[in-house]
Design a protein around this ligand. Structure first.
Ligand code: M6R
Length: 614
């Protein structure tokens, strides 16, 4: 969603780092962009609808190279519209104090209408429909000479969430930043201090970062940062080292981040698994869970909470937990969780799954679970993210930055982590050491199995070319392959805009089969695991309605392939590795369909990487 970048230096030009920082945040999804630059004369603001490239063009048309290099302090923003259309007026930065103060904001000011009415009575003039503009005016109204205190007083009036950065001509050299419910990171390097809502906009400058906590407000200068509470009490926050480097957020020669991330999966899975399998005792080592075997053994029920791809991983987790640990488990869609009086308490284990660790609905479900006394763990990719911190215990994916809006490597790592959790849990309950060792082997084999699938890329691209022009598709799976089918359909619809539905293979005949015909291809997950024969039966039902079937089939299983119009061949898997391995084929299939249709693969329309509004 929205992105913030701030840059503060005595000598280094700010324009290029601000624009490049925004480029790093493009993957989050946005519809306009803007920059505010501080100079001796005041604040200069440039805004554009559309892409960051448009903003860059505007800057180049408006300022000579020498002029651009003269600015050493500035703030920048990419906006994803919530209040008001994506127009230049609604784009950030927003200004107040006659243009002398500029502010960028991520999040939502819920009481903005009341605040706006009060400010209008005081004579403030508004030019946008946004909630953010009230923040700029509020800060200006409270500014009696101390910028940080003006921001703190303004923020105390706000109901809602914010990550902000603001500069003012009254306070040259000072940038004030703050967060509540929307991430903000400060990078500390020689000669410049860099601020961003996402660490990927910082790593080109430094890997030494400070993650602000909710309620922090900080004075950022070229020399560093001072952090306070909203009540002006100084606080200290650790400087942490980021594991990612700038190269790992580049495309590395691939046409799209999505393709790069699909091909990274053998490596990302190795990183997820590394050091976590105990091949002597046949269990998993997940120290971050912080749950001793006694606690694991006494858990009554697990709920796995997430949205989108992370929810699908959680659905696969249900099969793993129930099959390996006999633990009743329910996957829960995070946005609905708190609206149905969740019956959850001290003997229940709530597991939040989130790549970004910032998804507002999942965070709200974590808070609800903590409030009800449940054991809460998180499975996140982004280290230091809000969900990871609030859950307090959990397992990081170590999958590396996922830039493409369509989640790929996060899913395979999430399911792998859930498989390791099921193994650990199972060993405290009913799995023998030998069974545990067998599972360790299966999990360790995942990177190689996925490498095998990637070798099918050209064959998958050829099949995609045959079906790329259809309007509708169905994805069928049974058992643990049902969540994989849902994930295959989600990938297809979000990047190619083909209407795609995932179904349990047997459910099709309870209604959706009415839609089948020659123009509705069906992708059927026919990996050679228990239940396959029944899915073959469902495939025959589809063929009888003239629907072309693309089978995802175990290599050598010619019998299953013979029931399909086209077959994508995968290496042999166990039931526990099948969702990971089969999903990679469907990621490639969706990718090639989208590429042939000429879609904007990394930034699909209307979508944001991290959904930080409820
Ligand atoms: O960061 P999270 O894993 O919490 O994000 C959840 C969903 O928004 C996300 O998986 C979304 O469905 C992706 N676009 C799927 O590709």
């Amino acid at each position: 969603m929205c992105g913030i970048v701030g840059f503060s230096s005595r000598t280094k030009p700010a324009c290029a780092p601000l624009v490049n920082g925004l480029r790093r945040l493009e993957y989050r999804g946005y519809d306009s962009a803007g920059v505010a630059l501080e100079s001796k004369e005041g604040i200069k603001v440039f805004k554009k609808t559309g892409k960051v490239a448009e903003l860059d063009r505007l800057l180049k048309e408006s300022l000579s190279d020498a002029e651009q290099e003269g600015f050493t302090i500035g703030i920048a923003h990419t906006r994803w519209a919530t209040h008001g259309l994506p127009t230049v007026e609604n784009a950030h930065p927003h200004v107040a104090d006659g243009g002398g103060l500029a502010l960028v904001h991520n999040g939502i000011v819920e009481n903005y209408a009341a605040l706006r009415a009060q400010l209008e009575k005081k004579g403030c003039k508004f030019v946008s429909q946004t909630d953010t503009e009230v923040l700029a005016h509020l800060v200006a109204v409270f500014d009696k000479g101390d910028f940080l205190s003006a921001v703190s007083q303004a923020l105390k009036k706000v109901e809602g969430t914010y990550g902000i950065a603001t500069i003012s001509k009254r306070h040259p050299g000072e940038m004030i930043v703050a967060r509540k419910g929307s991430p903000l990171v400060i990078g500390v390097s020689d000669g410049a201090t860099v601020v961003a809502s996402d660490v990927s906009a910082i790593v080109a400058h430094t890997r030494q970062v400070i993650y602000l906590k909710d309620g922090d407000v900080a004075r950022v200068t070229p020399e560093g940062v001072d952090i306070y509470t909203l009540d002006n009490v100084p606080v200290s926050r650790d400087v942490q080292a980021v594991e990612w480097d700038a190269e790992s957020v580049e495309k590395g020669g691939y046409e799209h981040f999505m393709l790069k991330e699909i091909f990274e999966q053998p490596e990302s899975l190795r990183n997820t698994i590394r050091g976590r399998l105990d091949t002597v005792n046949g269990t998993a080592i997940l120290a971050g869970l912080g749950l001793p075997p006694r606690d694991l053994a006494s858990i009554r029920r697990a709920v796995i909470i997430g949205c989108g791809t992370s929810l699908h991983a959680g659905m696969a987790g249900k099969y793993l937990f129930e099959a390996l640990a006999d633990l009743p488990t329910s996957p829960e869609q995070a946005a609905e969780f708190r609206y149905c009086n969740p019956i959850i308490g001290p003997s229940d284990w709530a597991i939040a799954v989130s790549q970004s660790g910032e998804t507002a609905d999942t965070l709200a479900a974590v808070r609800e679970s903590i409030g009800k006394g449940a054991l809460v763990s998180a499975i996140c990719n982004v280290v230091g993210s809000t969900i990871a911190r609030e859950a307090g215990r959990g397992v990081y994916l170590h999958a590396g930055p996922e830039i493409s809006v369509a989640s790929t490597k996060a899913f395979t790592s999430q399911v792998t982590v859930l498989a390791m959790m099921a193994l650990k849990l199972g060993r405290t309950r009913r799995l023998s050491r030998e069974e545990g060792l067998g599972l360790c082997n299966e999990i360790s084999s995942l990177p190689d199995l996925v490498s095998e699938v990637l070798k099918e890329n050209d064959a998958i691209a050829a099949i995609a070319a045959k079906y790329a022009k259809v309007d509708d598709m169905f994805f069928l799976g049974r058992g643990i392959l049902y969540p994989a089918a849902l994930e295959g359909a989600l990938k297809m619809k979000e990047i190619s805009y083909v209407h795609a539905e995932g179904y349990q293979a047997a459910e099709l005949k309870h209604g959706p089969i009415a839609l089948l015909g020659a123009k509705t291809p069906v992708v059927a997950l026919l990996c050679d695991i228990p239940g396959k024969e029944k899915t073959v039966g469902n495939v025959q039902e589809c063929r009888a309605r003239k629907a072309p079937v693309i089978g995802i089939v175990t290599r050598g299983d010619e019998e299953a392939a013979a029931h399909c119009n086209d077959a994508i061949f995968l290496p042999r898997t166990s039931p526990f590795t099948a969702p990971v391995v089969s999903v990679v084929a469907m990621q490639l299939f969706a990718y090639h369909v989208a590429r042939i249709r000429g879609c904007e693969i990394d930034q699909p329309r209307n979508l944001a990487k991290s959904v930080t509004v409820e």
